[in-house]
Design a binder for this molecule. Sequence first.
Ligand code: SAH
Ligand code: SF4
Ligand code: F3S
Length: 483
Amino acid sequence: MILQEDIGSIMTHKLYIETVGCQMNMLDSEMVVASLRKRGYELTDNTKDADTILFNTCSVRKHAEDKIYSALGRLRLEKNRHPHKVIGVLGCMAQKDQKLIFDKAPYVDLVVGPGQLQQVPDLIDEARNQPGQYTALSLERTAGNLESIKRSHETFDPMRDPTMRPTPFQAYLRIQIGCDKFCTYCIVPMTRGPEQGRSPDIIVDEARVLADQGCKEITLLGQTVNSYRYRDEKGETRLSDLLLRLHDIEGIERLKFVTSYPKDMTDDLLQVIRDMPKLSKYLHVPAQSGSNEVLKRMKRGYTVEDYREMMSRIRETIPGAAVSSDFIVGFCGETEEEFQLTCELVEECRFKNSFIFKYSERPGTKSETRMIDDIPDDIKKRRNNELLAIQNRISEEDNHPFLGETVQVLVEGPSKLGAKNDTGQDVLQLTGRTQCDRIVVFEGNRRQIGQMLAVGIYEVTPFTLMGTVLTEHVQGDVLQIGL
Ligand code: SAH
Ligand code: SF4
Ligand code: F3S
């Protein structure tokens, strides 16, 4: 006789999943894992134990792709030995490279683009029952009719399983898919398709479910999230309108959104951030370069003067707000003078932090077909280090005013920074973020994870504020000190 528990264990599949890329990919993986758990899959962190191996990939820089192709290379032998294992490549590289993935790694079973992820569970079953090379991809942007291209890029946002989130009290929520900006260096409009806002009613419903599950912090996701617009018979909803609706949800304590596009940083949005207490006083608005000539070649659609004007509106409207940025160094034809203008912009804007990338030529983009990737790698590297040094100095300087202050921290979990007490015993270091997205590390205990605590800061580095918990009963007056 077979007992119910035995059926459970016979049915259990072991899933290994590796995710690279942006928060959008993290969320996609979460959704894929949740849908597979419903079919009896359990996670493993070892490809050897897994019967299903998935890579959720990124194409934004060559390095991200190389990493996945090498990981696939390492699986060749394993698949030879265990042909029943299903190997799938999902996400942006799947959409971009399509059948090329089978040419490079013929033992891959599935290639599934980010717009087709809802098909993953069925495709895995099919591949297991009938070995072969399966693809599920969205239409390319030149494939004709815009409506059918849009339809082929579906969002995959089933209601979720609370156990799948990185922490039970934090969640990503997609409000927009795709991108229509077509910066000349960028592959994202090709891999993620046309910009489409999700319905505000669906977003609010999802946020309510998250709040009911104990979620306290929601980060809204979109490639140009502040360009969000949704039109229906009731009228137009902008990001500021959506934030006001989400702000009303009981249980939600913090709201953030990434990534913003400089040209769409409208005053209504800044005012909502200023006026609504649950909104994180933090904006991620990539500048990419401080040179108008480079911005023109990148087709970013704004000038350095526009960016400065936006920064001064942010500083005037939301005093104390933290702003972070992205920069690409060594873009096609970037002269030393043009790079210096980027350094000057970083000096002037005093970002909380910046993500700095060496330009990586992406096949199929305008900069690949029309420009020359003419800056040698050692120069790109040097410019990257130089800009990073300026940014790190500024980050440290701007963390200094927090010394002696009290900040309100949503505790995320154990910190990677271990510590010992005076008697040499390990103590638990916790990490969390302030309302302006600064990372705080302090000694604590597990039961504080997920709580909003007042922490006094006694030491700062460029990346971290070190502190001590002041009180567990957060009082109104304590909350007002610092951002
Ligand atoms: N949608 C977001 C970010 C998309 S990709 C935005 O527009 O801001 C994240 C970052 O990767 C970009 O901001 C850019 O700085 C960098 N990036 C994109 N394409 C790149 C390329 N070809 N080479 C190097 N960095 C790139
Ligand atoms: Fe890429 Fe530009 Fe769109 Fe950002 S705005 S995703 S950099 S095309
Ligand atoms: Fe990469 Fe795709 Fe995100 S290319 S950065 S995973 S949208």
